[in-house]
Design a protein. Sequence first.
Length: 388
Amino acid sequence: MNIHEYQAKAMLAEFGVPVPRGKLALSVAEAVTAAESLNGSVWVVKAQIHAGGRGKAGGVRICKSIGEVKAAATDLLGSVLVTKQTGEAGKQVNRLYIEEGLNIAREFYLSLLVDRETERVAFVASPAGGMDIEEVAASSPEKILTLSIAGDEVSENEAQKIAAFLGLEGEQEKACADLLEKLYRAFTEKDGSMLELNPLILTGGGKLMALDAKFVADSNALYRHAEIVGLRDLSEEDPREIEASQFGLNYIALDGHIGCMVNGAGLAMATMDIIQLKGDRPANFLDVGGGVTVDAVCEAFKLLFSDDHVKAVLVNIFGGIVRCDIIAGGLLEAIKTHPMRVPVVMRLVGTNEEEGRRMVKDARLDVRWANDLDQAAELAVAAAREVA
Ligand code: GDP
Ligand code: MN
């Protein structure tokens, strides 16, 4: 689960991480009041959306007067920001964060993530901060250090390695070690799956500070973090994903043409892979899970049928705990309100497969049957071509 930059900064500040002074503003008047209360001579007005790349898209405005703050807030609030990370549709700006403007001497990249290979929390650091880190990784990988933390805290040796890589010495090296320790604590105590400071800066006065902050909470740990759940901003999330989550479906919207309905995350991944192999792309990831009900399957089909990107639906069920008749029942329920406007290819095997097939056939639905995944993917890709 994502939270906003201003929320991530407030969370980090609780752990003693230095962040710029700032205030949230939901209106132009609030933006002006916020700037006045931050008294200084430079302010930064930052659009709060769950996406990065705001700077290049005009979502971060440096203002030299209260009048400029007012103009920037007027311009940004309610506007739609299209950045490299939002997709074409962009995201509407409903919240602004007004910060004191700072003098930047240097910009670094610093993040924490769960490294599945080492099964540890790892820091990723780069002296080339403030830019697109994927670009740095591609063009100059030697500028990126990935370091897994071996123990329960950042050791002196590990901190030294990171500080040296960033070119920090003396007092700044100490400040860096202190910062790493605090970030590590924040990340583990809050059960993060990702924490990114891009940039972490060295101010003109020689202080390290988190100028930008992105925090992604591990959704599986939210049950023990009511304080993070409270930060959820549903207006930033895909309405289809919210809908699906209410039915206990693991659904993620993607941008291909083949709507997928699969049981089991591994099988769902394999299904997406084989669709790509056959020359198209999945419109979604969907794992209906083991204890799925007719209602949830019905909801899942409705999501697929109401998605304009979907040109064909591929049902790949390998019934174990999931019963094929429940999948068929969900489809029959869904078409009462959402007609099958695209071809449906079904591979339905395992528990109660005969009954499931019979239900679909009795309803005289125009479903194309496949015996295995390979054939199913081939049929679905061909069907999507016909429709397109
Ligand atoms: P992002 O583009 O969405 O990642 O937004 P950031 O918060 O990283 O801001 C983009 C860029 O704006 C930063 O890399 C800085 O160069 C610049 N910026 C942000 N805040 C300040 C500030 O207080 N002072 C100055 N001079 N530049 C800032
Ligand atoms: Mn940034």
